[in-house]
Design a protein around this ligand. Structure first.
Ligand SMILES: Cc1cc2nc3c(=O)[nH]c(=O)nc-3n(C[C@H](O)[C@H](O)[C@H](O)COP(=O)(O)OP(=O)(O)OC[C@H]3O[C@@H](n4cnc5c(N)ncnc54)[C@H](O)[C@@H]3O)c2cc1C
Length: 448
């Protein structure tokens, strides 16, 4: 019944879709699958501006399935991470995709960090996560090279996957369900009730914006996301050429609560390779991967003044964050940071930088804060995923189901009211969760 108005459109226009999803990352692909599973008769089209799916965050992340102990209980992140981890691990096993169930240790540098370690442990317990506070000796039994002060946290359910392999499998699922995946097709604008793309004009019943780094800009075309802007942060990794099995577990520092990222850590890939990083370097344009890659003057004009403002007002300790992160362009510095976590990290063995990824971090321009929790907005015509930051890859299965429940609710209400009055949807849970990191002691922290 939701699609009555679309079938009318089809008579006059050949580019029509009941659901048009913008963005072929994990969120877009899973939202498309949700649309098709719930509405098998609907025409579900996903457009992706690149020549392949997952060329941005979803194919360039750390590949860590997080456990869920960083977030306060009232946040969407806490609600979905544990379940997302369980379900994505099961999916990888079922599809025979590479997975490394290496677990994770969080280590303390000195006595001052033990308090935060304790907070993370309590938070994990509140979130129902399998988490253990262990002695330094016990930690060394798990990972002999670890360095920690007195205690450590052990998370056995943290695992590493190959994000590209996961995305390939999901794309195959989407195609098998009947989702039309159209690459090389960029959303351009929304005009006169039509969606203009590089492939032409589309008449669409419902638009889902899962465009990652561009989600804020697209949302504004539909009257949403007015008080938000994306600030892109680059994550660089350094690879070690130590043999597979040189480490047994991922090793993370106690997070610095003054900034929103987790600090340099040591992670094992699904195949056991060792990565050090990532950084969180502020970018000057959205796809500022390196040098002048995908340079955008429009982005530059928007992002640089915003970052200068953050620098000037020193919001969320931005000056120190930017300074610290820029230093991580130095291989020597990043190796020094990793050496605080484990023994035997040699600069000579860490020579190769991996492909960087860029975080689409949402900034609340009204409250002048980084948005810590997932954020979405929508009505009975369009829906905008505005802050699918880490650990959205881990959370994607339950998170997209949750968002689609909201979409179905809006569409059903709209049909019942037999009109299309605008009903704005704000994710109230996420709104409350927005300050969840403050409770742990700082304006900003989220897993990378
Ligand atoms: C360095 C780094 C490390 C991370 N580590 C982890 C981790 O270990 N674990 C974890 O759970 N999460 C991690 N994350 C977070 C995770 O990668 C993201 O939360 C997730 O991939 C977001 O998916 P997405 O679909 O929203 O965005 P994306 O994957 O960026 O997808 C958005 C898509 O939209 C497309 N698009 C944009 N504009 C248009 C347009 N105009 N028309 C058509 N298409 C368009 C883009 O090309 C892109 O393919 C990490 C992220 C980064 C950057």
């Amino acid at each position: 019944m939701i699609f009555r108005r679309i079938s009318e459109i089809r008579v006059t226009c050949n580019k029509t879709a009941d659901f048009l999803i913008i963005g072929g990352g994990i969120i877009g692909v899973m939202m498309a699958c949700q649309a098709k599973r719930r509405h098998p008769g609907a025409r579900v089209v996903l457009i992706e501006k690149e020549s392949q799916l997952a060329l941005h965050a979803s194919g360039r992340n750390s590949g860590v399935l997080h456990a869920g102990f960083y977030y306060s209980t009232d946040s969407l992140k806490a609600r979905f991470t544990r379940e997302g981890n369980e379900r994505l691990r099961a999916y990888c096993v079922e599809r025979s995709l590479p997975i490394n169930g290496c677990g994770k240790l969080v280590v303390a540098n000195d006595e001052t960090e033990l308090e935060t370690l304790g907070k993370l442990y309590r938070r994990g317990k509140e979130n129902g996560v399998d988490i253990h506070e262990i002695s330094a000796a016990e930690a060394r039994e798990i990972e002999p090279r670890i360095k920690t002060f007195e205690r450590a946290l052990y998370s056995p359910t943290t695992a590493s996957v190959d994000p590209k392999a996961v995305m390939d499998a999901l794309a195959r699922d989407a195609a098998a369900l009947g989702v039309e995946l159209r690459v090389n097709n960029a959303y351009l604008e929304s005009r006169n009730g039509k969606v203009e793309t590089s492939e032409g004009s589309w008449s669409v019943g419902y638009v889902i914006n899962a465009a990652g780094l561009y989600a804020d800009r697209i949302a504004k075309d539909f009257g949403f996301g007015e008080s938000y802007a994306i600030i892109p942060f680059k994550g660089l990794y350094l690879y070690s050429d130590e043999p597979v099995s040189a480490f047994r577990a991922n090793i993370y520092p106690v997070p610095d609560l003054r900034n929103p990222f987790l600090g340099v850590h040591i992670t094992l890939t699904a195949s056991g390779r060792i990565k050090i990083g990532p950084t969180a370097i502020p970018c000057l344009w959205r796809e500022h991967y390196d040098a002048f890659h995908n340079f955008s003057f429009r982005d530059l004009r928007e992002i640089v003044p915003r970052e200068l403002g953050l620098w000037w007002r020193n919001e969320f300790d931005f000056r120190r964050l930017a300074f610290e992160e820029l230093r991580k362009y130095s291989r020597k510095h990043i190796v020094t940071l990793a050496s605080r976590l484990a023994t035997g990290i040699e600069p000579g063995r860490c020579r190769h930088w991996g492909a960087p990824g860029i975080r689409a971090q949402l900034y609340d321009t009204r409250n002048r804060k980084l948005v810590m929790d997932f954020r979405f907005e929508g009505d009975d015509r369009s829906f905008h995923v505005l802050n699918a930051v880490s650990p959205a890859f881990t959370c994607a299965l339950p998170f997209t189901e949750f968002m689609f429940d909201h979409i179905d609710g809006l569409l059903n209400k709209s049909v019942r009211a037999s009109g299309y009055r605008l009903r704005r949807l704000q994710n109230i849970v996420g709104e409350k969760g927005g300050d969840h990191m403050q409770a742990i002691g700082g304006d900003g922290m989220g897993p990378q």
